[in-house]
Design a protein around this ligand. Structure first.
Ligand SMILES: Cc1ncc(COP(=O)(O)O)c(C=O)c1O
Ligand SMILES: [Zn+2]
Length: 428
């Protein structure tokens, strides 16, 4: 990592980012519109000459991700430009959920608090800032749903065109919550991986289109570091001992770990190990399968799960998820669709937090890891609620008990109550 030495350099249009470096062969490139290594086709990531950042400086910053702007590849005036101002979401102490699971100290990082109700607003805000610096004119993406919402909203706020490609069978809530912003929304007949392939071809063809998670991916992915920074700051400048993160492409998990290591290198937190765990749905678990098999490469799969936001069969960061989880002593595990629904309702009923299918995956994996003795119930643990249950209503609607309507009289209410009491007695 290039984060151990701090610099007194003046920030450039990409802040304190110094170069793009290949994650496979280490080759470095000037900052710009490049995402793959010319030598080995490996993915590029942003490296930095980080400045001397203090806790006080961060704490005096804005109540959004730009309080960490000096640790991101964005221009120094980024906070003043029109953007959706994501971040600073709640870290909820989840005592009732912890008790239900037999744990001692558990927190939920609740990403519903972002402008379009998922963590994707963070990555899009960073991608947009970098894309504008590089002269792109259109903000685009292939998406499993939440990214679509975030790109369409951020482009509307910045006054530029958006083009969003989605699989045609996406949840209706995610389609409407993208279309409302007025960009171009294209439903594609096929899986997310088909949509992603089309986006890559378009990115080669349309010079001034920034596909946030394709040709601007090195900048985009850095946005997820802010989840890690916030968790540490909200815990009183400490790292948790364990964290459970949902995995689709795997970028979120990898960047949360990168954030923790940067904070340690900068002396902002004690240099302690946080075990990083990855969560997938069994209907799309290529990384969990590779983890179990002890493989370094991830074999693509064809997804079939209610967790559509995580349905990426060929995950770009899959190998790096394996690296991070193995290095930190974590695990990547997967759970069934029934367990996912049970996870959603358990979180809602214990903490009043209605998360989307991705959090159902995360809670269910947490439960499975505890049962298998792979996660320490006594150690401080954070889980990510990456999106909002209101966008994936169909996943749980059929499971919800619906009482029959009654006439508006006390008598009718009393009759209903006694039938409910009988039902409870019968069930006991
Ligand atoms: C709600 C939600 N959680 C988690 C993820 C996974 O993120 P990543 O692709 O960075 O692994 C996604 C990605 O689409 C998502 O929409
Ligand atoms: Zn390379």
């Amino acid at each position: 990592m290039t984060t151990s030495a701090t610099t007194t350099k003046i920030p450039s249009r990409f802040g304190y980012a110094s170069c793009l470096s290949c994650r496979e062969c280490g080759q470095t490139y000037e900052l710009g519109a490049q995402h793959a290594c010319a030598e080995c086709f490996g993915p590029l990531e942003v490296s930095y000459d980080l400045p001397r950042v203090t806790r006080e400086l961060i704490e005096s910053g804005p109540q959004n991700i730009w309080r960490y702007a000096s640790l991101l590849p964005v221009p120094p005036d980024v906070a003043a430009r029109p953007n959706t101002e994501p971040g600073c979401t709640r870290l909820i102490r989840a005592d009732r959920l912890a008790r239900a699971l037999g744990m001692r100290a558990l927190w939920v990082k609740d990403e519903r608090g972002n402008p379009t109700h998922s963590f994707k607003d963070r990555v899009v805000a960073v991608a947009l800032a970098a894309a504008v610096e590089m002269g792109y004119k259109v903000l685009a993406c292939p998406s499993t749903g939440n990214l679509a919402n975030a790109v369409a909203a951020a482009a509307a706020r910045a006054g530029i065109r958006s083009v969003v490609l989605i699989p045609a069978d996406l949840e209706p809530q995610k389609i409407t919550a993208t279309a409302v912003y007025g960009g171009t929304l294209v439903a594609v007949e096929g899986s997310y991986d088909d949509v992603n392939r089309l986006a890559s071809e378009l990115a080669d063809d349309r010079e001034d289109w920034a596909f946030v998670n394709v040709n601007v991916r090195p900048y985009y992915a850095e946005g997820s570091k802010t989840i890690g920074y916030e968790i540490a700051e909200q815990l009183g400048w400490r790292l948790p001992r364990q964290i459970v993160v949902p995995v689709a492409s795997g970028a979120q998990l990898v960047k949360i770990d990168k954030a923790f290591r940067e904070l340690s290198a900068l002396g902002l937190v004690e240099d302690e190990q946080c075990r990083v765990f990855g969560a997938q749905a069994s209907g799309c678990a290529p990384v969990a399968a590779a983890f179990r098999a002890g493989h370094d490469v991830v074999q693509p799969v064809r997804p079939a799960t209610i967790a559509k936001s995580l349905a990426i069969g060929n995950p770009a960061d899959g190998p790096y998820v394996l690296d991070v989880t193995r290095r930190t002593g974590g695990v990547v595990a997967d759970v069934s669709d029934e367990e996912i629904v049970a996870g959603i309702t358990l979180l809602a009923a214990t903490e009043g937090v209605f998360g989307e299918t991705a959090v159902g995956v995360t809670i269910a994996v947490l439960r499975a890891l505890l049962a298998a003795g792979q996660l320490d119930p006594a150690a401080e643990t954070v889980i990510i609620n990456s999106g909002d249950g209101l966008k994936t209503l169909d996943a749980v609607a059929a499971e919800m008990p619906a009482l029959p309507p009654i006439r508006p009289t006390l008598e009718a209410f009393a009759r209903l109550e006694s039938s409910l009491a009988m039902g409870r007695a019968g069930a006991a």
